[in-house]
Ligand binder design. Structure first.
Ligand SMILES: [Ca+2]
Length: 123
């Protein structure tokens, strides 16, 4: 994630990253975090109500989150929403046109990112 203001890059690496089949709504499973962005996917870090790990993938037309409304509709994005998120690299957060990795909030207002990259390496 590249911070909105400073342009500084931070990373969150996961030793394992996989998603379930369509029949399980592409639920996310990550483990083995290393990096300097902190683990915004982790329930131990952000609380079980905000962790994306283990969550189904939601889109504006397919609500699979744990909140009464639709996070995907509210934020105009597809993501592994919970109630709703501490990470959303596809979001237009508050409809103000930025993504966020909320564990970076001490480094950037609202943890805004101007860019993000998700890269997957097969093992
Ligand atoms: Ca919902």
């Amino acid at each position: 994630m590249q911070l909105y203001t400073s342009g500084e890059w931070f990373n969150a690496n996961y030793a394992t990253f996989f998603i379930d089949a369509e029949s399980s709504y592409y639920a996310l499973h990550v483990s083995g975090y290393t990096g300097n962005a902190m683990d915004a996917f982790s329930a131990a870090v952000v609380g079980s109500q905000y962790s994306a790990n283990g969550m189904n993938f939601s889109t504006p037309d397919a609500d699979h989150d744990t909140t009464e409304g639709s996070c995907a509709l509210s934020y105009g994005a597809g993501w592994w929403f919970n109630n709703c998120w501490w990470s959303c690299l596809t979001c237009y957060y508050n409809k103000m046109n930025y993504m966020a990795w909320y564990t970076l909030v001490n480094k950037e207002l609202h943890a805004r990112a101007r860019a993000s990259r998700m890269m997957i390496r097969s093992t």
